[in-house]
Design a binder for this molecule. Structure first.
Ligand SMILES: [Zn+2]
Ligand SMILES: [Zn+2]
Length: 354
C-alpha cells in the first residue's frame, strides 16, 4: 500500500468515526488540526465532543440466547465512568462492538460476568488473546460466579500456541498469567460487594436463572450486578426469571437493564413444556426457557417493586410470530412492560449510549 493510499484510508476511517452521531468520543482521536497538518483533513471533520466526564451506559450486544444474529451481537454492555470502561458480559460479537463504539478493547481492565452461558462469554478468550497480542501490559481482572477463575485459566490455555510463537518470533516477554486474574464471587440471597475503586462500587446478588432443583446439583450460579458511581446507578438483571433478590438489589436505581422474553414466546414455551411433560420429558428445553427468563409482566413487576427510574431492555428474546426470525417486536416489548411499570422504557439496540 502506498503512503497516499494509507492516508486516504485513514481519512476515510476518521470520517466514518465522526459520522456516528450516536457515539460520543470515548477515546482520544486525532484533532482536526493534527489531521490538517498531516494533509488528511481535506474536507471538514465534525468537531470533537469534549472529553467524557461522568457515567455512560453503552449497549454493545442486545441479542438474547446462543444463536448467531447478523444484526445484533450477543449480550455485552459497558459502564464507562470518566472514560474508564467496565465490561459486563462478553458474548459473541463483543470485540467488534467495542471497536465500533470507540470504547475500545485494549483499555478494558475489568470484566464482570452475570453467568457463564456461552452467549455471555464467547468473546472472552478472544478479548484476552488480542489484548496480549496487541500490547496491553496492565492487569485485567474478571469477576463472576464460580467457574470464572477457571474460565480465565482456560482462556489463557486456548491461546497458548500464539503466546509461544510470538515469544520466540517477536521477543515478547510478558506472560498472560501475570496479566489476567479471575475471581469467583460467592453469591447468595445476600447482597455482596464484588469490586470497589475510586470511580465505582459493584455489588451482586443471586438471581433465579437456574432453578433450585438444578443449583442443588451444580456449583454454578447466576447473578445480577449493580454499579454505583457518583452520578448514576445501573443494575443488570442478567438472565433471570422474576427475582425478589433483584428487587432488593435494584432499589431506587436509575437504570434497570433487564432481559426480556416476548409474551407470545413465553406462552408457546409453556404450552410445549406441558406437551413434553405429558410425554414423559419433564426437563424439556421449553420448560427451561419458560422458567428461567422474564416475560414483560415480570420485568415490569421487578422494575415497579424496586422503584427504578428507567427500564432498558437487552438480551431480547423475540417472538416466534415475528415475520422473520431476526425481527424484534420492539413496540410489543415496550407496551408489555408499560402495563405494569409507569417509568421510562427503552428497547436496547447495539451501540446505544445512555
Ligand atoms: Zn443468555
Ligand atoms: Zn443464560
Amino acid at each position: 500500500m502506498s503512503l497516499r493510499q494509507g492516508r486516504r484510508e485513514l481519512l476515510g476511517a476518521a470520517l466514518r468515526l465522526g459520522g456516528l452521531a450516536l457515539l460520543p468520543a470515548l477515546v482520544a482521536r486525532p484533532s482536526v488540526a493534527q489531521l490538517r497538518a498531516e494533509g488528511l483533513a481535506a474536507v471538514d471533520v465534525p468537531p470533537e465532543p469534549p472529553p467524557m466526564k461522568g457515567t455512560r451506559l453503552v449497549l454493545l450486544g442486545t441479542r438474547g440466547g446462543p444463536g448467531i444474529d447478523l444484526a445484533r451481537a450477543q449480550t455485552a454492555s459497558a459502564v464507562v465512568v470518566d472514560g474508564v470502561p467496565y465490561l459486563v458480559d462478553c458474548g459473541y460479537g463483543t470485540l467488534r462492538r467495542l471497536v465500533e463504539s470507540q470504547v475500545g478493547y485494549l483499555r478494558v481492565g475489568q470484566v464482570f460476568f452475570t453467568h457463564l452461558h456461552d452467549d455471555h462469554t464467547a468473546d472472552f478468550p478472544a478479548l484476552l488473546s488480542f489484548q496480549w497480542t496487541n500490547g496491553r501490559a496492565a492487569r485485567v481482572d474478571a469477576f463472576g460466579p464460580p467457574g470464572t477463575a477457571r474460565m480465565v485459566e482456560g482462556s489463557i490455555l486456548s491461546f497458548r500456541g500464539n503466546v509461544e510463537i510470538r515469544t520466540v518470533d517477536e521477543g515478547r516477554t510478558h506472560k498472560p498469567e501475570d496479566l489476567y486474574h479471575g475471581h469467583d464471587v460467592v453469591v447468595s440471597d445476600r447482597i455482596v460487594q464484588v469490586h470497589k475503586d475510586a470511580r465505582v462500587t459493584v455489588t451482586a446478588v443471586e438471581n433465579t436463572h437456574y432453578p433450585a432443583r438444578n443449583t442443588a446439583r451444580m456449583a454454578h450460579r447466576a447473578l445480577a450486578l449493580r454499579f454505583d458511581t457518583k452520578d448514576r446507578s445501573i443494575v443488570f438483571t442478567g438472565d433471570t426469571a422474576y427475582s425478589q433478590n433483584i428487587v432488593k438489589l435494584a432499589r431506587g436505581a436509575d437504570y434497570f437493564v433487564s432481559e426480556i422474553m416476548d409474551e407470545g414466546l413465553y406462552q408457546e414455551m409453556l404450552r410445549r413444556a406441558r406437551i413434553a411433560s405429558s410425554e414423559g420429558n419433564s426437563e424439556s428445553v421449553f420448560r427451561h426457557i419458560a422458567e428461567t427468563h422474564s416475560p414483560p409482566a415480570d420485568v415490569a413487576r421487578m422494575a415497579s417493586e424496586a422503584g427504578v427510574r428507567t427500564v432498558v431492555l437487552n438480551h431480547l428474546l423475540p417472538g416466534l410470530s415475528a415475520p422473520r426470525a431476526l425481527d424484534y417486536a420492539a413496540s410489543e416489548f415496550v407496551e408489555g412492560v408499560r402495563k405494569g411499570f409507569a417509568g421510562e422504557v427503552i428497547v436496547g439496540q447495539d451501540l446505544m449510549v445512555l
